[in-house]
Design a protein around this ligand. Structure first.
Ligand code: PLP
Length: 450
């Protein structure tokens, strides 16, 4: 193990003095000083190594420090480290070609951004200009990013502080059978009622005022809820009927995470616009984008697109994407994620649910899983209340600490832990992580009524 506590202390001291962290009360956080990372693991300066079940923020789909991608970035830096977006650049052209070859249907034009929020901002801008309408519909259980429009589209409480009520966003309930907003008891019922609810929302909002419906194909941070069969096809049909642009946000679910190139592939649904980021190059250099269908692309053939970014299609980021997509083909990363889901993580997590009364539901696919932790499996009362902090959140904090103590870095959001490791995870690594989760769940079990 790597040990250099003095170096770690210096890194930590400068961080605490000068780095202003996301989403945090700056005086109340204690960020771990990280010395290095490789594959599915990272380590600190004190000799502790962690199996990363978070993939950072669910973006290192090929794991850390993949030598092929690192070399490609180095090579691109030596050749052409940067260049303005208005020119045709080899790495950018090639990245766009490779992405368009994988996106479904006629989503063949790529607008590059630096990340997911900018992708969502630009998808909404495209939809508004294309339709001449302003309103946008999104789901309550969602996360779309932290810039102005993206945070307003977001349903989770991170929106509240930025919600001016003026972004032209209307939120609705997407399906989620375990906590059904529609009192449904079957997937088919949930699907039908969720579609009717969207129809009703549109009827009262006025369909002719709505530019776009924006949905995560599988909501990620909000709880990894694969939609019931037929839901996405139903939304597609509703959007077609009213001339509304259908935007699928695949920032988290895309590029192998679900055991397919895109989560939409599982349903065979083709949106009008698809946003991506994260897994496109495993986050080695910031990159995101919007894949655009033929009809919307045609709108901007002779009319200028009113949007742009200094670093749109940055050569280093694009070179990293080209290399990442190559690695994913060569190493069958997407197939590995599918195998993990079907044969290792899925069965392993369901086994944990059988043993631990704190596990209310296991759901997901590929390398994209959520455990819903509850106080009471009968009533489904969450282990901690919605958006709990401090003492009220203590059971989840204790669960997290138990994972870290045994060398697993868990993803925790409210009353859930998400199992979102690298899509390149081996079976042995998966089993190592499952064993730590098993131990830590006994801590959660202490807070149940059973
Ligand atoms: N959309 C989804 C579905 C996400 O999960 C995220 C980030 O987690 C975003 C958009 C925002 O991406 P970024 O943080 O790169 O702006």
């Amino acid at each position: 193990p790597y040990v250099d506590p003095e170096a770690g202390a210096a890194v930590k001291a400068a961080d605490r003095a000068h780095v202003f962290h996301s989403w945090s009360a700056q005086g109340l956080i204690d960020p771990l000083a990280v010395a290095g990372a490789e594959g599915a693991y990272f380590w600190d300066y004190d000799g502790n190594r962690y199996l990363d079940f978070t993939s950072g923020l669910v973006f290192t789909n090929i794991g850390y420090q993949h030598p092929v991608v690192v070399a490609a970035i180095q090579e691109q830096a030596g050749k052409l480290a940067t260049f303005a977006p208005a020119f045709a650049i080899e790495a950018r052209s090639e990245a766009a070609r490779l992405i368009a070859a994988r996106t479904p249907g006629d989503l063949d034009k790529i607008f590059f951004t630096n990340g997911g929020a900018e992708a969502v901002e630009n998808a909404v801008r495209m939809a508004r200009v294309h339709t001449g309408r302003t309103k946008v519909l999104s789901a309550y259980r969602s996360y779309h990013g932290a810039t102005s429009t993206a945070i307003n589209l977001t349903g989770d409480p991170r929106r509240w502080a930025s919600d001016t009520g003026s972004a032209g966003v209307v939120r609705f309930w997407a399906p989620f059978l375990y906590r059904s907003p529609f009192y449904a008891t079957t997937e088919a019922e949930e699907c039908a009622r969720a579609l009717q609810h969207l129809e009703d929302t549109l009827a009262f909002e006025g369909p002719s005022t709505v530019a776009a419906v924006v949905l995560e194909t599988i909501p990620g941070t909000a709880g990894i809820m694969p939609p019931p069969p037929g839901y996405l096809a139903g939304v597609r049909e509703i959007c077609d009927r009213y001339g509304i642009v259908f935007v699928l946000d695949e920032v988290m679910a895309g590029f192998g995470r679900t055991g397919a190139w895109f989560a939409a592939d599982h349903d065979g649904v083709v949106p009008d616009l698809m946003t991506f980021a994260k897994g496109v190059n495993s986050g080695y250099v910031p990159l995101g984008g919007v894949a655009i269908n033929a009809e919307i692309a045609a709108t901007f053939e002779t009319r200028p697109y009113p949007g742009g970014l200094t670093y749109s299609g940055h050569p280093l980021a694009c070179a990293a994407a080209v290399a990442t997509l190559g690695v994913m083909e060569d190493e069958k990363t997407v197939e590995n994620a599918a195998h993990l889901g079907e044969h290792v993580l899925g069965p392993g997590l369901r086994e944990l649910a059988g043993r631990h009364p704190s596990v209310g539901e296991v759901r997901g696919l590929g390398a994209f899983w959520a455990l819903e932790l509850v106080r009471d499996r009968e009533t489904r009362e969450p282990l901690v209340p919605y958006n709990a902090t401090g003492e009220a959140n203590a059971p989840m904090a204790a669960f997290g600490a138990a994972c870290r103590k045994n060398g697993l870095w868990p993803f925790i959001n409210m009353n859930r832990t998400h199992v979102v490791p690298a899509c390149t995870l081996t079976e042995a690594e998966a089993k190592e992580g499952l064993a730590v989760l098993d131990e830590a769940l006994f801590v959660a079990d202490e807070h149940t009524v059973e």
